[in-house]
Design a protein around this ligand. Structure first.
Ligand code: ATP
Length: 309
């Protein structure tokens, strides 16, 4: 399945810093209009990937297409990047910050930006430097959304926000994406944010793509099996299914597998939750990576073994 427009297509993307490779041979596709969580341990390469997409960094290797063009040639109004450190001018007031946004961005939506600021009771005449961390985050999100981009890149956008603000801003983000078909790529360490917000997922670890695709599809191709262990390990009946992770606790085993055909007993099968799948991949660097068909770039789609759609 390779339908619809692509917001992003990365082919063999690599980024080498002086200390070594931060991204290695990353290939994946993000269809337009999806809200995609970018997940992975500290140092996995999430910020590096977002910075390449935002054209802040040039990749060392590979190619990337952003909204159908090379990152540098995309009209700057079509993408908006909110970096982790939320760069804003400390001496500007909130109103001046929004005015700057309006002057720099032809498609600026003043009302949308003001609504986000107002919902947090942030005074328009306050200087950015005097705001709390969470208030500054809110203003930075207001600027990012006020641009009305086609592709919104957010690096840990909700860090530092209280739970009520988090929920409200997630709501604003979802409404924006639903209303305008905006594609969102957001890095996060908060699993709950993924469950409630994202319908697409890219998991990086050690600079490589481990999982990518529709959340529903990623869940549906995995099965959790639990039961009594056989001898020292898993029942022989599981041997021909690709194994992501197995754990033994006392006489019990738990295994996350990608079943190829019916799973014969012994043991009980269950559908895993998103965090069970994520944690299993992050704990098991040797588990085979998985990209669902919509996440495969065309060359890959021809060559890779596709999983059941
Ligand atoms: P976190 O979850 O901690 O924010 P991350 O997944 O965003 O991490 P990156 O910031 O992309 O990870 O870093 C990936 C790797 O590249 C790390 O090993 C980091 O030390 C390294 N790195 C990042 N920026 C630079 C730089 N400017 N110079 C050298 N190495 C860098």
């Amino acid at each position: 399945m390779y339908t619809g427009e692509s917001a992003l297509e990365a082919r063999g993307l690599g980024m080498r810093y002086r200390r070594g490779w931060a991204l290695k041979d990353c290939s994946f596709r993000l269809p337009a209009g999806r809200i995609c969580g970018l997940v992975g341990p500290n140092g996995a390469g999430k910020t590096t990937l977002l910075s390449i997409v935002a054209h802040v960094l040039e990749p060392t290797q590979g190619t990337l297409s952003v909204l159908g063009a090379a990152p540098g040639s995309v009209d700057s109004g079509r993408t908006s990047f909110l970096a982790q450190e939320k760069p804003l001018f400390r001496r500007f007031t909130v109103a001046e910050t929004l005015r700057l946004g309006r002057e720099l961005n032809p498609g600026w939506d003043q009302r949308a930006a003001e609504d986000i600021v107002r919902a947090g009771n942030v005074p328009f005449d306050a200087k950015i430097g005097t705001l709390s961390g969470g208030q500054r985050t809110r203003v930075a999100l207001a600027v990012a959304l006020g641009k009305r981009p086609d592709l919104l890149l957010l690096d840990e956008p909700m860090a530092g926000l209280d739970p009520v603000a988090r929920q409200e801003l997630v709501g604003a983000l979802l409404a924006e994406a639903a209303e305008r078909g905006t594609t969102v790529l957001m890095s996060t360490h908060v699993l709950a944010e993924l469950e409630n917000v994202c319908d697409y997922l890219v998991v990086l670890s050690d600079g490589g793509v481990r999982l990518a695709g529709d959340v529903d599809e990623l869940l549906s191709v995995h099965t959790m099996v639990t039961g009594a262990k056989e001898g020292e390990g898993l029942p022989a009946s599981l041997a021909h299914h690709p194994l992501v992770e197995s754990r033994i606790s006392g006489r019990q085993f738990t295994a996350l597998i990608r079943p190829e055909g019916p799973v014969a007993g012994p043991g009980e099968t269950d559908s895993p939750s998103l965090d069970e799948v994520l944690l299993a991949y992050l704990r098991s660097p040797d588990a085979p990576p998985l990209l669902t068909p919509t996440a495969q770039v065309r060359d890959q789609a021809y060559n890779a073994r596709t999983v059941a759609a």
